[in-house]
Design a protein around this ligand. Structure first.
Ligand code: ADP
Length: 315
């Protein structure tokens, strides 16, 4: 039995998402389907589906959206004991458009001043963090407000001091930051606290000034990362870690329905496999397989496999 209560914990904002049922500009769409969104909660759901013990810390309103999101997370088996539901605050939501050409769909956020963006360092329960073996963080939560950023910085510092491992997915959201320079500086400072850093190629280029996957990986390895995986879309991913470097090919995809969620699914595959003691190439392969599933569905989480599906695929 593990000495830890959780295999992994994460902080972040969950939003109700309205996904367009038809293509075209959002203002002309009449029918939307209700889903959930949030980089960290996508990750938490994926890990829980694989049977890992997952905890999530956040704030929600007590409006219908907050009640929906909380019940979805509980249904997925994620521990929500550190989710504060506050009747005085509103739950964030977003709209996502539909595209037919495999490009990134338009997304419109309504999250400014949301319950989760009111979180701050006082929301970081240190004992709860230390009850987990691993912390997963992304660049989204620190982008939603200055107090959330302070909470993210504190949670990474606490986990590092406790000796747990940390994974970090930059997940850039330029529209949430005051400037590109600030985004680059803050995201790189958080990445420097992590053991495993998971940038995409384009965001890695922006963050490091390096052009190639090798250069991007080197940049973070020189700043302390033990493993860097650079996501390459249909081409799979490049990895560079203490045990060596290499490339894992992408899994073939019939039709790209929606690219959102691929990076979160990739993180689920890599982090779950590493926590289970798999080798880095095995972990990246699992990540690439889940990423390829994620682009073939409309929502952000319906591509995330169960343990049985993972085993059936030999991963
Ligand atoms: P991000 O959205 O974080 O930039 P990617 O779009 O590169 O991440 O997707 C994450 C992973 O999902 C990739 O590394 C790849 O393994 C897989 N993936 C993404 N898009 C495709 C695709 N069109 N075909 C096959 N695999 C894909």
């Amino acid at each position: 039995m593990s000495e830890f209560r959780f295999d992994v914990v994460t902080f972040g904002e969950m939003m109700q998402m309205f996904v367009a049922e038809t293509p075209g500009p959002l203002e002309s769409v009449v029918r939307f389907a209700k889903r959930t969104a949030g980089a960290e909660t996508n990750f938490a759901i994926g890990m829980a589906r694989l049977g890992l013990r997952v905890g999530w810390a956040s704030r929600l309103g007590t409006d219908s959206m907050g009640r929906y999101l909380l019940s979805e997370m509980q249904r997925e088996g994620v521990d929500c004991s550190r989710v504060v539901c506050d009747g005085a605050q509103r739950t964030g939501f977003q709209f996502k458009g539909r595209v037919t050409d495999g490009s990134d769909p338009p997304v419109e956020y309504h999250r400014k001043g949301s319950a989760a963006s009111q979180m701050g360092p006082a929301d970081v329960d240190e004992a709860w963090l230390r009850s987990a073996r691993h912390l997963h963080a992304t660049g989204v939560f620190p982008a939603i407000s200055a107090s959330a950023r302070a909470a993210a910085q504190k949670s990474l510092a606490v986990m590092r001091a406790a000796g747990g491992t940390i994974s970090f997915d930059p997940n850039l959201r330029p529209s949430l930051w005051a400037s590109a320079d600030e985004m680059r500086r803050e995201i790189n400072a958080l990445a420097a606290q992590a053991d495993w850093v998971l940038p995409g190629l384009e965001e890695g280029r922006f963050l490091t000034g390096e052009a190639t996957p090798e250069g991007i990986a080197r940049y973070y390895r020189e700043r302390g990362a033990r493993l860097v995986t650079v996501k390459l879309g249909p081409e799979g991913a490049y990895y560079d870690g203490v045990e060596g470097s290499g490339h894992v090919a992408g899994f073939p995809v019939r039709e790209v329905v929606d690219t959102v969620g691929a990076g979160d699914g990739f993180a689920v595959g890599v982090v779950s496999a590493l926590l289970e003691g798999r080798t880095v190439p095995e972990a990246v392969r699992r990540g690439a397989w889940i990423g390829a599933r994620a682009v073939q569905v409309l929502g952000d989480t319906e591509g995330l496999p169960t343990r049985a599906e993972l085993e059936a695929a030999g991963l």
